[in-house]
Ligand binder design. Structure first.
Ligand SMILES: Nc1nc2c(ncn2[C@@H]2O[C@H](COP(=O)(O)OP(=O)(O)O)[C@@H](O)[C@H]2O)c(=O)[nH]1
Ligand SMILES: [Mg+2]
Length: 257
């Protein structure tokens, strides 16, 4: 089991927890009743208990604004489109989009296309003032999804300005988008880079491009961040799953213990 978890990229610390738990169960059981498969199931349940204490799960609509931040190319814009479609079509919510990714024309065009298909408004914010106006304009909407180039969130001045525009405690949540294809050590570093703003949850993308899912345990259990969604391919709007504890455990343990 330890080898398997190691291959999945689960950190040593978390593997030690699993091992300790397994050993205790093993030696607490009378010798003739010891059964390794049963222990593995119980270790899965142990992880389940740990995960249930973390904020795993998607948008709850108690915060109106959701910012998606993260490195270039991880799938922020695609994920915004999937989330917008889900909230419009499945939840019948009034959704609007703002993008602050004005570095590349193609990035704006990409989101414009999705907004058009879904028939929802999109505002392009070139400055904090634009952003303020857009937020105001969308005050009667249920949800405003904010796309970004990510890098502006690493700029202290930008973040301070943004803090004046949005009351983060009241109105907004920020999700960090990370690709499952990247190394956990890199994910940790990216998370640290974004510590100017508080990140509530992580969205893990590109599950279809890897079979290593350790981050699904490491991020909640070691870094204390919840997981909101996992994306599973390039298709908008279908390739997205709302994270849940059973889903995360299924991904991790489906292959073999
Ligand atoms: N395989 C795979 N590709 C994805 C997924 N999500 C996004 N992509 C692709 O990743 C590329 C970058 O996506 P984009 O949304 O523009 O990333 P951004 O720079 O973070 O906004 C595009 O080719 C997307 O189709 C996913 O879940 N699986
Ligand atoms: Mg983008």
């Amino acid at each position: 089991m330890d080898d398997y978890l190691k291959k999945q990229g689960v950190t040593k610390q978390i593997r030690m927890l699993a091992l300790k738990h397994a050993m205790k169960l093993w030696y607490d059981e009378e010798e003739e009743h010891r059964d390794w498969d049963k222990i593995v199931t119980q270790v899965t349940l142990y992880f389940q208990d740990l995960l249930l204490e973390k904020p795993v799960g998607g948008i709850t609509f108690d915060k109106k604004i959701i910012n998606l931040v993260g490195p270039t190319g991880v799938g922020k814009t695609t994920t915004i489109a999937k989330l917008a479609a889900f909230c419009v079509l499945k939840k019948q919510k009034k959704v609007a989009l703002i993008t602050t990714d004005t570095y590349r024309i193609a990035a704006v065009e990409q989101l414009k296309t999705y907004a058009k298909i879904l028939n929802i408004p999109l505002e392009v914010a070139y400055s904090i003032d634009d952003f303020k106006r857009a937020i105001d304009q969308f005050k009667h909407y249920d949800l405003v999804l904010v796309d970004s180039a990510g890098r502006n969130f690493r700029n202290q001045l930008y973040v301070e300005e943004l803090n004046k525009v949005i009351d983060f405690k009241q109105d907004a949540q920020t999700y960090l988008v990370l690709s499952l294809t990247s190394k956990y050590e890199d994910m940790k570093e990216i998370l640290a880079q974004f510590d100017l703003i508080s990140i509530q949850k992580v969205i893990l993308t590109k599950k279809d491009e890897t079979s290593t899912y350790g981050a699904m345990l490491n991020i909640p259990l070691e870094l204390g961040k919840g997981i909101a969604y996992v994306t599973t391919g390039q298709n908008v709007p279908d390739d997205i799953v709302e994270a849940s504890v059973p889903f995360l455990l299924d991904c991790l343990f489906e292959v073999k213990k």
